[in-house]
Design a protein around this ligand. Structure first.
Ligand code: AMP
Ligand code: GLY
Length: 423
């Protein structure tokens, strides 16, 4: 098969790395890709959101399968775009159609889906500029901290958690009236605050059957001890030690099955990954959010543990045959440590030469924000290189990831040295 992977981060390098191990993969292209994918596939300078350019590429390279990495093209309807076009509707698109992608594209739609299918999640109400006063009144009924969520996509920045009611009211107004997150915050979901420890569960579903991939936990804050600004993710661990069989049984019965059944009941065609962000409150799981793609950097620890042939797996999903597949999972722990540019997640410089990549032996190097210039690998994003390692437990695996991080050098390099601190 000829396969096109859309995206340019660590998630996409990992998916490409895994797909490249399959003898069913003939020609592999990544658009736009990074310096890591350039080493194992062919990068093409096409943006994932430019559907017409993606279509031209698919026709020119005779692509059989498109694996969509990030959420934007899915929420914008890339799968629907393919289905509607006779020239490309034979191509297998990995990722849900718009009707499914709205679970990530609209927080309110996700909450309504959960309410309808009785999936445990925080109590909520949603508001617009017209109902601002009602929003203030709803805040008065809640205990702090207050959780405000922009309804639409806001590049992972649309959630505010505030201790002070006056600040919460001011921010609500800012979001609804002041367009703090542009049109993404034209509607705001206000939620009850849940206190617990977070983890994520990933599914592969063909809309009828599903497979549960390994659990993972990521570390979103820039600072040690989970302090400072939110990032895309600074490291991850899989499996999550506290997600034992008893807990996972609750997740399956209360969350996974009602989610997949919900797709069927609501006639939502869904062929792709489902990323369920969970919080464990006491011993019970609640859904924090749905994403309609894999996580980054969760992919860097989940996918290397999957032993199955990735192309076979994705093919079975696209053809609605996931019931014929048995997942085989490496029972070792995988960890990843993300090295980032100095200043990230605020302003940072790009174009710094990365040295030491060839000296890393005990970890798998996944490129996140890199590009190649004059034969050199340079930084081109906030998150730069993820170092994934295996071990008998997360401590052993992390030791290897950290030893590898020490061998890596670029101007301004930073990484968290406390991944797993809360386990
Ligand atoms: P989200 O974009 O919905 O994943 O939210 C970003 C982060 O905000 C989550 O990873 C949680 O750490 C936190 N968060 C979101 N909703 C809640 C909630 N209801 N209670 C507590 N924390 C939350
Ligand atoms: N690491 C969180 C995400 O991919 O959304």
């Amino acid at each position: 098969m000829n396969i096109l992977i859309l995206g340019s981060g660590g998630r996409e390098h990992t998916l490409t790395w895994k797909i490249a191990q399959s003898d069913k993969a003939q020609n592999i292209y990544v658009a736009p890709g990074n310096a890591g994918t350039a080493g194992i596939a062919t990068n093409i300078a096409v943006a994932a959101n430019d559907f017409q350019a993606v279509k031209n590429l698919v026709i020119e390279k005779e692509i059989d399968m498109v694996v969509v990495g990030p959420e934007d093209p899915l929420v914008m309807g890339i799968h629907d775009f393919f289905l509607k076009d006779d020239a490309i509707n034979h191509v297998k698109v990995i990722g849900p159609q718009k009707a499914g992608a709205i679970l990530e594209g609209s927080k309110e739609a996700a909450k309504e889906f959960m309410a309808l299918h009785k999936i445990p999640t925080a109590a909520y109400q949603s508001f617009t500029a017209k109902s601002l006063e009602a929003g203030f009144q709803f805040l008065e009924t809640l205990k702090p901290p207050y959780v405000l969520k922009a309804d639409g996509l806001a590049a992972g920045k649309g959630v505010l958690i505030l201790d002070d009611i006056d600040e919460a009211k001011a921010e609500l107004k800012n979001m609804l009236v002041g367009e703090k997150f542009g049109s993404a915050s034209a509607k705001v979901v206000i939620e009850e605050f849940l206190s617990g420890i977070e983890l994520s569960v990933f599914l592969l579903t063909d809309g009828e059957n599903y497979l549960t991939l390994p659990t993972a936990k990521d570390y979103k804050r820039i600072g040690e001890g989970d302090t400072g600004l939110n990032t895309g993710g600074m490291g991850a661990i899989s499996p999550v030690p506290f997600a034992d069989d008893a807990f996972m049984k609750k997740v399956e019965e209360r969350i996974i099955k009602p989610t997949v059944n919900g797709f069927k009941e609501d006639n939502i065609p869904y062929k792709g990954f489902v990323f369920i962000g969970l919080i464990k409150v006491g011993d019970d799981p609640y859904v924090i959010e749905y994403n309609v793609r894999m996580g980054d950097p969760e992919t860097e620890v989940v996918i290397p543990r999957v032993k199955n042939d990735m192309v076979e797996l994705l093919n079975a999903m696209a053809e609605g045959r996931l019931d014929e597949v048995q997942l085989e999972i490496d029972d070792r722990t995988a960890t990843t440590v993300m090295t980032v540019s100095g200043g990230y997640p605020e302003a940072y410089e790009k174009g710094k030469e990365i040295v030491g990549l060839d000296s890393i032996e005990d970890s798998i190097v996944f490129h996140a924000g890199t590009s190649q210039i004059d034969g050199k690998v340079v930084t081109s994003g906030g998150r730069v290189i993820a170092l994934t390692s295996f071990g008998k437990d997360y401590r052993e695996a992390l030791d290897k990831s950290y030893a590898s991080a020490k061998k890596l050098c670029f101007d301004g390099i930073y990484y968290r040295k406390d991944i797993g601190f809360d386990l």
